[in-house]
Write a protein that binds this ligand. Structure first.
Ligand code: SF4
Length: 436
């Protein structure tokens, strides 16, 4: 893990943000918002930017590629959004691109554009195209190949959407898609069909009102998961407006937020944000981690802020070929997550989205990884491995089989170290204990 530098650089006030390139595209569009929702006075001075740890590696990257930006800019999540790396000229400056990467970037049109925050770009290996993180953010030509069983909407979300922006697939819970914007676009995204499409934006206020009305009119819905895109890419006022509207619905017991923002843009986890989130408990978060290289001092501090706000943190990880599909990498990730107070929750088999064959492993690989974790490390570190069944079948757990058979009333078991054991399994009609 990189050594920690201290934070703030007061001399940076007034620095001109932006990369040192003449080939920089116009500033990336900041998400279009859904109308005036609050009412915080417009600040007349530059806002205070909270301090956050900056690792040596990221600081060296800032000095090299953004010499005009100080730590104040770097720690400003809006600056990180505005300055995302999106065009070939900047990618070329920062990374030694392969012909395959270059061609696929040049060919790209439509949804799931390339977008990488400067912070996350600082973690990408500039020389090694096989580095796990690099493979998740730089496209390759494999994205343009459609293989058997792949689909643009493999989970059938669109067919379970009674109103725009809302997916109602399970009986007691819904998915509320509040934006199509992400600060970083993952090349294996299940919602590749919609995220970052032309006009990156949050859901229109009119559609959001309809989705909230749907939730209010359906008392079976006790759990709402905010997703997108990334809900934490909304600004504080808009996010709080949504949370307040949901919290005002008596039968909504539980709000969850799914986000990769603390991982790709830890600067977003400001004290102001955590103060807002605290007001809407019970509120849980599912964070999207992929690889142990993401466990930086910045991310540890962002997760500590969320945990200190009383938010239970879980991690959702997609199993990806050549990224995290071996036991040592996954063990390093899940153990590192516990150290920063994040409980590994799900390990997902990669969904068969169009152009994902280069990311998908055989299911046997996931089972092998779970077998390599269970018993070999803390139980809290072992996620549930699931396949999200195509066409809306929901998450189906897939586990190694530790039951090897039955011998009379005994169940035959194998433990994590391949030892054989018997368990005297009470039969349904013999549940009572024998008298002594
Ligand atoms: S952060 Fe989530 S929604 Fe955004 S591109 Fe990555 S996987 Fe897709």
């Amino acid at each position: 893990m990189p050594r920690v530098l201290t934070v703030v650089d007061p001399s940076a006030v007034g620095a001109v943000p932006g990369p040192a390139t003449s080939g920089q595209a116009p500033a990336a569009p900041v998400p279009v918002q859904h109308g005036p929702v609050n009412l915080t006075p417009v600040p007349t001075t530059r806002p205070t930017i909270p301090r956050l740890t900056v690792s040596q590696r990221s600081d060296a990257f800032r000095r090299r590629f953004y010499p005009q930006a100080g730590l104040r800019d770097w720690n400003d999540w809006r600056w990180q959004n505005r300055t995302r790396v999106r065009v070939l000229a900047d990618l070329d400056r920062m990374f030694r691109l392969t012909d395959d990467e270059r061609q696929s970037i040049e060919m790209h049109k439509g949804a799931l554009p390339v977008g990488i925050t400067p912070y996350y770009a600082s973690l990408v290996d500039p020389e090694n195209p096989a580095q796990g993180l690099r493979r998740t953010v730089l496209p390759v030509m494999g994205e343009y190949l459609r293989s058997r069983g792949e689909a643009d909407d493999p989970l059938g979300e669109d067919a379970h959407s009674p109103v725009p922006g809302l997916v109602h697939r399970y009986p007691d819970r819904v998915l509320l898609l509040v934006t199509n914007f992400c600060s970083v676009y993952c090349r294996y995204c299940t919602r590749a069909r919609m995220v970052g499409s032309v006009g990156e934006r949050s859901i229109r206020k009119h559609d959001l009102e309809k989705a909230i009305d749907y939730i209010a009119a359906n008392p079976v819905i006790r759990d709402v998961l905010l997703s997108g895109g990334d809900p934490l890419s909304l600004d504080d006022e808009r996010l709080e407006w949504i949370l307040a509207r949901l919290r005002a619905i008596p039968h909504v017991e539980f709000i969850r937020i799914g986000s990769k923002q603390p991982v790709v843009q830890p600067q977003r986890i400001t004290p102001a944000l955590t103060r807002i989130l605290k007001r809407y408990h019970p509120l849980w978060m599912s964070l999207h981690f992929t690889h142990p290289d993401e466990l930086t001092p910045e991310v540890a501090e962002a997760c500590a802020r969320l945990a200190d706000a009383g938010i239970p943190l879980g991690s959702q990880t997609v199993l990806l070929k050549g990224v995290n599909d071996d036991v040592p990498t996954m063990k390093s990730l899940v153990q590192g997550l516990l150290r920063i107070r994040v409980r590994p929750y799900y390990l997902y088999q990669c969904d068969p989205i169009s152009g994902s064959a280069h990311f998908r492993t055989p299911v046997e690989k996931g089972i092998e990884i779970i077998r390599g974790l269970r018993g070999h490390t803390t139980g809290y570190a072992v996620p549930t491995y699931v396949i999200d069944a195509p066409e809306g079948g929901g998450k189906i757990p897939v586990n190694p089989d530790y039951i090897t058979g039955r011998d009379g009333d005994d169940l035959l078991l194998t433990n994590y170290a391949n030892g054989s054991y018997r368990y005297p399994d009470p039969q349904p009609d013999a549940a009572g204990c024998e008298s002594a």
